[in-house]
Design a protein around this ligand. Structure first.
Ligand SMILES: [Zn+2]
Ligand SMILES: [Zn+2]
Length: 279
């Protein structure tokens, strides 16, 4: 008798497993609405973006990138994980987020390379340039630190886990980028989904602050010491991790609190965000 096929974590059916995303079946893998090249370079949205073109205010993040579009299938999946406590989904959702990391890394590496070539060619006349530097394979862009968006203590005790932390953990294991809980929530903001855009924005403004736990700050300082030589050339590159990006108000509030925390330590930060889904 043929061995029975594994049960898919997404659809629950027993069918041929995907090789790219362990735990799910081939047809669920094919159905994932990946965001491969975002339409909006700022927030990573897959469709035209009135939010980013509406406001010309400086944004505290370089950009957001999301793994998938928040379709009804993806909403159902996130619901199974977050609200119905199916924690077995964490590794595969984390792996999907890792895809978005790979895209961000590629984009940033290309930008870095272009900037280097431009500054080299503006500094020296062509004939004086060492042609060999063009052949050296440029280093890949790497984030220094992952910071999960914290959930309120009320939510944490209801749910038993912080989804952002679990997703970040997958990246930490795959990429070797440390995760530190540098943010805390200042108050419980209630269910965001039932609020209007402006209500959410007002609510979020001061919802986060830098973590002042001495042990966390000691870990952060240890991490900063390790990469001091790199930080003489560029800012600290931090990625905020969350499950979903809706208006961006959560990410912006987190980024502002992080800029403050890192600035107080005498460093400059460049902040990005990676979210599993973009609505
Ligand atoms: Zn399936
Ligand atoms: Zn946008």
């Amino acid at each position: 008798m043929a061995p029975s096929l594994p049960q898919c974590l997404f659809c629950g059916k027993r069918s041929r497993p995907s090789t790219g995303l362990p735990g799910i079946c081939v047809s669920c893998h094919i159905g994932i609405p990946w965001i491969r090249s975002p339409r909006c370079q700022t927030c990573g949205r897959h469709v035209g973006c009135p939010d980013c073109s509406r406001s010309r205010e400086p944004v505290p993040i370089r950009c957001n990138r999301s793994a998938v579009a928040y379709t009804s299938d993806m909403r159902e999946l996130l619901g199974q994980y977050k609200y119905r406590g199916n924690e077995r989904l964490a590794p595969v959702l984390g792996l999907m987020l890792d895809n978005a990391y790979a895209i961000l890394q590629q984009e940033q590496s290309e930008q870095q390379q272009t900037a280097t070539l431009q500054s080299n060619s503006s500094r020296k006349p062509f004939s004086a340039r060492n042609p060999n530097h063009l052949l050296i394979h440029p280093a890949l862009w790497q984030a220094d630190l992952l910071v999960p968006v914290p959930v309120s203590t009320v939510r944490l005790s209801e749910r038993g886990f912080n989804q952002a932390e679990q997703l970040a953990e997958v990246l930490t294991l795959r990429r070797g980028i440390p995760q530190l809980p540098l943010l805390v929530r200042t108050h419980h903001t209630g269910k965001q989904s039932s609020k209007s855009r402006s209500e959410r924005l007002a609510d979020m403004k001061h919802a986060f602050t830098g973590n002042t736990d001495p042990e966390i700050l000691r870990s952060l300082k240890g991490q900063l010491d390790l990469i001091t030589p790199r930080l003489q050339k560029r800012p600290l590159q931090i990625i905020i991790i969350d499950d979903i990006y809706t208006t961006g108000s959560t990410i912006r509030a987190c980024a502002e609190a992080l800029h403050q925390l890192i600035g107080n330590l005498g460093y400059r930060a460049e902040i990005y965000s990676l979210t599993w889904a973009r609505s």
